[in-house]
Ligand binder design. Structure first.
Ligand code: ADE
Length: 380
């Protein structure tokens, strides 16, 4: 069970939120517990004053001592807790932050109000200052609700279907696809036919494509951190073009890493020097780049998008841009590793180049392949 303790001078703000809908159900079924601590209960004097004027001029700020006492009271039950202070100066709340907060047993959220809180409280008690966006709210109560809502829905059983958490917006770093319900036609607008077809494979493909298109147009910045592979409808191939000196061990390493990242095959163009004794079922050999690319075209039934890796400064696009292009084109992808001189000679075979950091021969080809695959198909 997950505990939230909210320290606030305005506990009544939370009433509707904590008693309704999914959060209300999660509390009544014992999946989460939300304790409200009224800051005034920890204040001194007959007026139970919690705020005072800012030194140096300005508005009112919350005093450190009542906040400190409230945190002590919240901690006294569970011992160890993480103290969050919502503030526009904080780290930006993201799905990754939400997922890591979901690992904590007890979160204490201390809500500021007015101009803020005495900085000495933040220094002494707060583990994480969190912002919910680049705008200023009147207090930390709305951010506290946002944090409780986002963290709670990560917990097993809070949202009805586990898949809706697993597949929702941002789960894989992509935006969500559009949703429709009855009637089939509403004010002249029909639900997309594919959703009525009963063909689950086609529905899945359509949804993935919609999610990809929306992300490319609306939030291309998200692509830098997302794995695009689940959103591609064709396979990708690692092509080693003229690497005659490559050892079998290196080739095995390239096959392992390519397979782990989801490549269909490793295409070796021009024969290996040594005979292959190991079982390299990932490897297919070709005598020319053209024949290798046409083999991909035949097996995927689509002409591949051929990308050469270059170390020439400004010789190609940045990997972030390549990710966007690959997703946008949604074609079979061939990542071709070869020397820059060969790239120039065979330029007509390439659709684009991706710029690699210039390292000369300093790192083995298998490492180069790993770096490229992680940039394109890793998630962070
Ligand atoms: N308090 C006031 N504005 C805030 C914001 N944008 N995020 C978190 N806490 C806040």
């Amino acid at each position: 069970m997950k505990r939230f303790s909210v320290i606030t001078a305005f506990p009544e703000i939370f009433n509707g939120f904590l008693s309704s809908s999914i959060i209300g159900r999660a509390i009544s079924s014992g999946l989460i517990e939300v304790e409200l601590l009224n800051l005034r209960d920890f204040a001194e004097g007959k007026h139970r004053q919690v705020d005072d004027y800012t030194y140096g001029g300005g508005g009112m700020v919350l005093m450190a001592e009542p906040l400190y006492k409230a945190v002590q009271a919240a901690c006294s039950i569970s011992g160890r807790a993480m103290v969050i202070f919502p503030s526009p100066q904080g780290v930006m709340l993201s799905q990754e932050v939400v997922e890591s907060l979901a690992q904590e047993d007890h979160l204490i959220i201390a809500c500021g109000h007015y101009e803020g809180v005495d900085e000495r409280f933040v220094e002494s008690c707060v583990d994480l200052e969190l912002s919910i966006g680049d705008y200023v709210l009147t207090g930390g109560e709305l951010p506290a609700m946002v944090i409780i809502d986002a963290v709670s829905r990560q917990l097993p059983g809070v949202v009805g279907k586990a898949e809706s958490v697993a597949e929702d917006s941002f789960f894989r770093g992509f935006l969500d696809h559009p949703h429709y319900t009855r009637p089939v036609e509403w004010r002249g607008k029909r639900v997309p036919e594919v959703l009525l077809s009963g063909d689950h494979g086609a529905v899945l493909d359509w949804r993935r494509r919609q999610a990809a298109d929306r992300t490319i147009v609306r939030r291309p910045d998200l692509l830098s951190r997302a794995n695009i592979l689940p959103y591609l409808s064709c396979g990708f191939y690692v092509t080693l073009f003229s690497a005659p000196d490559i050892s079998l061990e290196e080739l095995e390493r390239i096959c392992t890493v390519s397979g782990a990242y989801g490549a269909k095959k490793v295409l070796v163009v021009t024969p290996l020097q040594k005979p292959v004794t190991t079982d390299l079922s990932m490897v297919k050999r070709f005598s020319s780049l053209e024949s290798a690319m046409s083999w991909i075209g035949k097996s995927e039934k689509k002409v591949p998008y051929v990308v050469g890796m270059t170390e020439a400064p400004c010789g190609g696009v940045h990997w972030l841009e390549l990710k966007r292009r690959v997703l946008e084109r949604d074609l079979p992808l061939s990542l071709v590793f070869c020397a820059d001189e060969l790239l120039a000679k065979e330029a007509s075979h390439f659709d684009t180049m991706m710029c690699l950091d210039e390292r000369g021969d300093k790192i083995p080809l298998s490492c180069e392949v790993s770096v490229v695959l992680d940039r394109l198909f890793g998630s962070r």
